[in-house]
Every structure is written in structure tokens, then in C-alpha cells.
Design a protein around this ligand. Structure first.
Ligand code: HEC
Length: 460
């Protein structure tokens, strides 16, 4: 019946600690406040150190119960407790030390200052335990955080490489990151809720206050999984409902890890995990479409000169220095007009020469555009004999050759181009040939054939 008293006293610790702090600081201030040759404050100062000492001792006792009943690790509270004992002892010492002196010597003042420092350290260490060491740092500007050697590294969400995911370690690279993101804040060596540490495989195996949390091969009997699927309202649900919850897919992964035997070293492949389970976590590399290099913007008057000459030109994206230049209103453009574009050669990232009078030779000029990313040569008479020149355009990603005379053989000069991703060759000899070849880029010719599925070949 009275079993609740000690845990309750433990939980009162955060409240009780403020008493000695307030009372002792009051006493300390009076020491410095007292006028020379006066003893007016002495009784009050003595009372402050007496009450401060008693309340510090009480706070220490309640703190000890909190440590006992709330699953704190000894390592994490040790220094706080020692500093607390010194604070209480220091208060009692000063209570006996100060009698009826009319002047406080520097020695006394130094002792009082020392008490103040010990008290501050105690409070600070206590705050670190309950709020985390980063509690104050977190709200400071990044520069000050950096000075204090603190880097805010939020736990990274789970990411799985798309290539070779079968080979990665199920526990270390999948389960542990999920635990880090969702459970670690309460289940680590400093904050040992339920006496359970979920920061490593070894700790996980030790279980919590109610024993093992893992039963290999049986997720339903493993608290590590079973608590996650309890209704949110259930008080045993993990993580507590006001906290960030793992996603369904993450819970599913924990389940299949336990089902597969909860071993430390199996890989996703060995555990027989289906691709659709890991797919939501695939890390896709995002390569910026236009070059990342910085380049000065084209001056306004150059732009208006281009427009006067008949080109259409604008930024590829708002605020970007990369230019899109098109001959949509300049069908008479010939190889000789190339000179008009020379001044913006560095900035052209998108060039549309569709429907113009260009010949094969234009490809040699185009090869001098270092940042060209998209090139359109639709509806021209090019057969592509010089396409190999485009190997110099190290950023070229998309090439349009629709309604030209390009054939597969000429296109093969672009095979293994470092950046080319797609070539469109609708209505070309290349598109008409039955075999569209195998290139490093994707060739779109409009001759779609559905890939054969096994059912197509079944003969009844
Ligand atoms: C906000 C803090 C918090 C977070 C986050 C949290 N837990 Fe807990 N967990 C607790 C507390 C508190 C207990 C003790 C509950 C009790 O004793 O009634 C506990 C107990 C447990 C236990 C039971 C241990 C035992 O032996 O009794 C398991 C298992 C558990 N948590 C798993 C998890 C998992 C898995 C996650 C992450 C998906 C998680 N917890 C996230 C606070 C948290």
C-alpha cells in the first residue's frame, strides 16, 4: 500500500531541487549585501544556510530514489550526485562557520563563492540528465554551437541503397537506424527508460526491466515488436503516443528481422526480405539537371541583341544564368549564323535548332558549348555523320533528332557518351530499323513493343 511513497518522492526531485537553489542564493547574496560593521543580516544568513543544507539533503535523497525507480544509469548521475552532496555539506559548514562577525573576511567570501559554483555545477549536471546535454546549446545560433564543439546531428532517417540492397546488414544498417530515429532518445545509456538500451545489438540482447524484449523467430512474443503494434491509446504502446511514431514500413522491417531469426549478421538478402519492403527507403541519387557550376549571367543588352537577330532566348529557370536559345522564329538560321551565338557560348544550356537550315558541320560548332544540356535538332536534314563531335559536350543529357536522316550507325558514335541519357529519334532511319541497338543512353524511336511476358508464350 505504501510502496508508492519512495517512487513518488523520487518524482518530486525536479521540484525539490529548486528549494536549496533559491534559499542558498538568497543567503549568498546577503553575505555580499551586508554593510560593513553590521550584523543585521547574520541570523537570516545562518537560517538560509541551515534551510539550504536541509533542503539540499532532502533533494539528494529524493534524487537517489528517482535514480532507483526511474531507470537512470549510475554513470550518468554519478557526478550530479557527488556535486549535490558537496552542496549540502558546504551549506551546513557555512551555517556553523558564520556566527556574529561584523565583517565577512575574503576567506569567507571565497568559501561562499565556492558554494555558489558547486551549486551551479550541480544544477547544470542535473539539467543535463533531465533535458539532455544539448538542451541549452540547441537554441543557440549555429556559430556559437560550433564554438562549443556541438553539431546538431539529427538522427538520419533510414536509407537503403537501391543497388545491392540484398547485401546490406539487416540489423546494423536497417534495424539500428530505425531504433536510433524512434527509440534511442529514451532508451540509451543516459536515459534508460524501462531499463532498456536500444543503441546496439549487445545492449538490445540484455533486454529491459521485464526481461528479454526479443524472441528470435517470433515477433508477436518480442516486446520490441509487440509494443509497436499495440493500439496507440494503450499505455504500453511504444513509442509513447505523443512521440514520433515509426512508419508502418519500418515496423514491418523490424517484424521481418525478428521473424528471420534476429541475428546480428544476416543480410537483407539472406533474410529473404522482399524488395517491396525496402523499396520505400531506396536512396536515389539526385543529379542536378543543369550544370552546378556558377557562371555570370548574360548582360541584358546581349540578350536584346540576340532577340533582335531573331532568336528566342530566356533563362532555363527563373534566376538561373543558364540560357535557353531557340530558333523557333528563325527558320532561316544557317551554319554561318553561328557567329551570332558566340558571345553566349558559355551560358547556353538549352539549344533548339529545330526546323533550321543547318548542316552536318554545325555539330562541330555545337561541340564548343561546354554547358549544353539539351539539344534539339528536329526537322533538319542531318544524317548524324558528325554526331561523335558531341562527345565534347560533357553535360549533354537529352538530344532530339526527330524527323532527321539519322541512322543507328551514326548514333553509335554517341555510345558511352559520359552524360547523355536520352536520344529521341522518331521518324528517322534509326527508328525504322528493326533492331534499335543497345546504347549507353536510352533511345526513343516511337516503335514501342511491349516486353514479352511468360504468359505470351504459353501454348494451350
Ligand atoms: C519518449 C520516450 C520513449 C520512446 C521514444 C520509446 N520508449 Fe520504450 N519505453 C519508455 C518508457 C518510459 C518505458 C517504461 C514503461 C514502463 O515501465 O511502463 C519503455 C519501455 C519499453 C519497453 C519495455 C522494456 C521492459 O523490459 O519493460 C520496450 C520493449 C520498449 N520501450 C521499446 C521501445 C521501442 C522499440 C521504441 C522505439 C520504436 C521505444 N520504446 C521508444 C519510453 C520510450
Amino acid at each position: 500500500m505504501i510502496g508508492f511513497i519512495l517512487p513518488l518522492l523520487g518524482r518530486l526531485h525536479p521540484l525539490l531541487v529548486h528549494l536549496p537553489i533559491g534559499i542558498l542564493i538568497f543567503g549568498i547574496l546577503l553575505i555580499f549585501w551586508q554593510k560593513k560593521d553590521s550584523t543585521a543580516f547574520n541570523p537570516v544568513i545562518r537560517l538560509a544556510f541551515l534551510l539550504g543544507g536541509v533542503s539540499a539533503a532532502l533533494a539528494g535523497i529524493s534524487g537517489f530514489f528517482q535514480y532507483q525507480f526511474e531507470g537512470f544509469a549510475w554513470d550518468s548521475i554519478q557526478n550530479h550526485l557527488i556535486a549535490g552532496v558537496f552542496s549540502a555539506a558546504g551549506s551546513f559548514y557555512l551555517f556553523t562557520r558564520i556566527k556574529d562577525e561584523t565583517i565577512f573576511t575574503s576567506k569567507i567570501k571565497l568559501q561562499v563563492l565556492a558554494l555558489f559554483i558547486v551549486l551551479t555545477v550541480t544544477g547544470h549536471l542535473g539539467g543535463n540528465i533531465s533535458r539532455g546535454e544539448e538542451y541549452l546549446l540547441e537554441v543557440l545560433p549555429a556559430e556559437i554551437q560550433a564554438l562549443a564543439g556541438y553539431e546538431a546531428v539529427p538522427e538520419k532517417p533510414l536509407e537503403i541503397p537501391e543497388q545491392g540492397w540484398e547485401e546490406i546488414e539487416f540489423y546494423g544498417e536497417v534495424v539500428q537506424p530505425i531504433l536510433n530515429q524512434n527509440c534511442k532518445s529514451c532508451h540509451n545509456s543516459r536515459n534508460l527508460k524501462g531499463e532498456l538500451n536500444l543503441t546496439s545489438f549487445g545492449e538490445l540482447l540484455k533486454g529491459g526491466e521485464n526481461g528479454d524484449v526479443l524472441k528470435a523467430g517470433n515477433p508477436e512474443l518480442s516486446a520490441l515488436f509487440a509494443k509497436l503494434i499495440l493500439p496507440l491509446e494503450d499505455e504500453d504502446h511504444m513509442p509513447p503516443k505523443e512521440k514520433r511514431q515509426p512508419s508502418e514500413e519500418e515496423i514491418e522491417l523490424i517484424k521481418s528481422w525478428i521473424a528471420s531469426g534476429a541475428s546480428q549478421n544476416t543480410t537483407l538478402g539472406q533474410a529473404g526480405v522482399a524488395e517491396k519492403l525496402v523499396e520505400p527507403f531506396f536512396h536515389k541519387e539526385v543529379i542536378p539537371f543543369y550544370p552546378l557550376t556558377e557562371i555570370p549571367a548574360v548582360p541584358i543588352d546581349t540578350l536584346s541583341r540576340l532577340r533582335k537577330a531573331g532568336f528566342f532566348s530566356e533563362s532555363v529557370l527563373q534566376g538561373s544564368s543558364w540560357l535557353k536559345v531557340s530558333c523557333i522564329n528563325f527558320p532561316d538560321f544557317t551554319d554561318d549564323n553561328w557567329i551570332l551565338l558566340k558571345s553566349v557560348k558559355g551560358q547556353i544550356a538549352y539549344l533548339d535548332l529545330s526546323g533550321t537550315q543547318v548542316t552536318e558541320g554545325i555539330l562541330d560548332s555545337i561541340a564548343n558549348l561546354p554547358n549544353l544540356t539539351v539539344l534539339k535538332l528536329n526537322q533538319t536534314t542531318l544524317s548524324g555523320t558528325q554526331l561523335g563531335a558531341l562527345s565534347d559536350c560533357k553535360n549533354l543529357k537529352i538530344l532530339y533528332l526527330n524527323s532527321t536522316l539519322t541512322n543507328l550507325e551514326n548514333l553509335s558514335a554517341l555510345n558511352q557518351h559520359p552524360s547523355l541519357q536520352k536520344v529521341f529519334a522518331f521518324q528517322t532511319p534509326a527508328g525504322d530499323s528493326p533492331n534499335t541497338g543497345k546504347f549507353s543512353f536510352k533511345l526513343e524511336t516511337g516503335n514501342y513493343t511491349l516486353p514479352k511476358i511468360p504468359a505470351d508464350t504459353i501454348v494451350y
